[in-house]
Design a protein around this ligand. Structure first.
Ligand SMILES: Nc1nc2c(ncn2[C@@H]2O[C@H](COP(=O)(O)OP(=O)(O)OP(=O)(O)O)[C@@H](O)[C@H]2O)c(=O)[nH]1
Ligand SMILES: [Mg+2]
Length: 292
């Protein structure tokens, strides 16, 4: 017998959804930072076994959209409800509600099994843990609750085993050697964006999009050229920094990670371009893969 299905991870921003998916897949498919709205896409991570295929989806954290980009991000979350065989609703210790009522109702009325993962329990004590397990079992009575630490791998295997039990009988949906649905350039973009989330403050990371224009794999090296797009001229100056120092740091750190990811030497050329109000421009968003 072969089992296969879609396991879609949803929840508030910054609760650890991407950390969990990476832990399951064993690869850094999704970028992780301490800032909210790190993930902007729906990213598949496929775990293949002899007799199963678990297709995980990492999704953006649920927010009230304020501009078109965020609306597209929420469309990715909506789509994750539609094809789920198992829903993973992740909350973190200390969190008491999902602010979006419509999404919350979808979870509590879900016809597919819901696993509620109470994450970051490495930061809590027994008393707190019991309090939150009680709170969430009341709020989402249709869910099975698992206290976990995605970061430290605590209870991750137990959740994995439970998902396997819940997967429907089905042939695989993807080739068994496939790890994700995203092309190589996507991971280049994301790695660069992670460095920008890490090193720039306030609005800057949210005004940035990356477009990798060139990805040329040669025998011993991969040559990449990527554009960092910002919305305004002032942001361009901030990204570049004094004598280009800030941009240089982004490039160096991204290159190191990309060499690890692709297992090959990388040459990365970066430049910065103003693309006025791209976050609110449907056509631009489509170009960057935010349409569905
Ligand atoms: N202490 C602790 N921190 C965690 C745990 N899991 C994730 N984190 C941290 O929480 C932060 C957010 O993690 P992400 O995996 O990016 O969270 P996310 O839900 O994907 O966030 P968005 O993509 O912004 O919605 C990072 O700093 C992680 O290191 C955990 O189990 N324990
Ligand atoms: Mg994420």
């Amino acid at each position: 017998m072969h089992k296969a299905g879609f396991v879609n991870i949803i929840g508030n921003p910054n609760v650890g959804k991407s950390t969990l998916m990476n832990a399951f897949v064993g690869e850094k498919l999704s970028i992780i930072t301490s800032k909210a709205q790190t993930t902007r896409h729906r990213i598949l991570g496929i775990v293949n076994g002899e007799d199963f295929q678990m297709i995980l989806s990492d999704t953006p954290g649920i927010i009230k959209p304020a501009y078109e980009l965020q609306e597209s991000m929420m469309d990715f979350v909506k789509s994750a409800f539609d094809d789920a065989d198992v829903l993973i609703y992740m909350v973190e210790i200390g969190e008491k509600e999902l602010k979006d009522e419509a999404f919350f109702n979808k979870i509590t009325h879900s016809k597919t099994p819901v696993l509620l993962l109470l994450n970051k329990i490495d930061k809590s004590n027994q008393e707190q843990l019991e309090e939150y397990v009680a709170l969430w079992s009341e709020k989402v009575p249709n869910a099975e609750i698992f206290p976990v630490s995605a970061l430290e791998g605590f209870q991750v295997q137990e959740v994995f085993n439970r998902i396997i039990e819940l997967l429907p009988e089905s042939p695989p949906f993807y080739p068994k050697d496939q790890l994700t649905d995203k092309p190589e350039r996507f991971f280049v973009n994301e790695t660069i964006r992670e460095k920008i989330l890490l090193h720039y403050k306030k609005e800057i990371p949210y005004a940035v999009e990356i477009d990798t224009e060139e990805f040329l794999e040669e025998e011993n090296i991969i040559r990449m050229r990527s554009v960092i797009m910002v919305e305004r001229e002032t942001q361009k100056g901030i990204i570049i920094g004094h004598k280009g120092s800030a941009l240089k740091r982004v490039g160096m750190e991204a290159r190191k990670d990309l060499e690890k990811f692709f297992g090959k030497q990388v040459h990365l050329e970066l430049y910065v371009k103003v693309n006025k109000n791209w976050r609110s421009n449907q056509q631009q968003l489509k170009r960057f893969g935010y349409n569905q």
